[in-house]
Design a protein around this ligand. Sequence first.
Ligand code: DC
Length: 221
Amino acid sequence: MKRIIVAIDGLSSCGKSTLAKGLAKSLHFAYLDSGAMYRAVTLYFLENNINYNDPESVADALQHIEIHFERIDGQNRTFLNGRDVEHDIREMSVSNHVSPVSAISAVRRAMVAQQQAMGKRRGIVADGRDIGTVVFPDAELKIYLIADADVRTSRRHLELAAKGIDAEWDAIQRNLLERDRIDSGRADSPLRQAEDALVIDNTLLSEEQQLEKALALVKEL
Ligand code: DC
């Protein structure tokens, strides 16, 4: 398999990371979870009481943030300043602040630069909101995933429960819709479908079916 870049974008909880992980495994590529990076920055801001509405505080804090990924027992784990934060970044407290934090241009500049550095070797599947439009505009395959909002909420609910994170279905849906609104409406690199992206609606698809569809697209390249 040629070392290509696969970019997957879409609204919150539409199955991007499930598809990205599945594709990365099938193709023996690396997986880049760009949302985890914005979540890690948000966790840092919350834990250190950084006023993210103050540009100087943000610029200063960004100097003290180091994020990297490690694969441990076959799982992708996110590290913030040397600490495994894979669990903590999925908490609702982080979900409730991550959209305003990721709308800050200084934050985006820092994260996008790291993501592009990780993509240099190619052979990568990345998911997020601006992967096909801003981070890897020359990706060989761009997928724009869509799914019904109730289905997305139920999937998120199950996923959080499996991780031992307790959250009400309604609170999850409010958070998803609010993030969709902010992520799609922000001035700097809003979520949108790249012109050359292919749409997969997975509302009625199983994980295996969506992976099959995406692998078929890879084969067509
Ligand atoms: O993929 P996720 O739900 O874990 O992402 C969390 C938030 O991070 C999302 O609501 C918006 C932001 N994000 C972004 O702005 N750009 C990306 N490429 C990925 C995520």
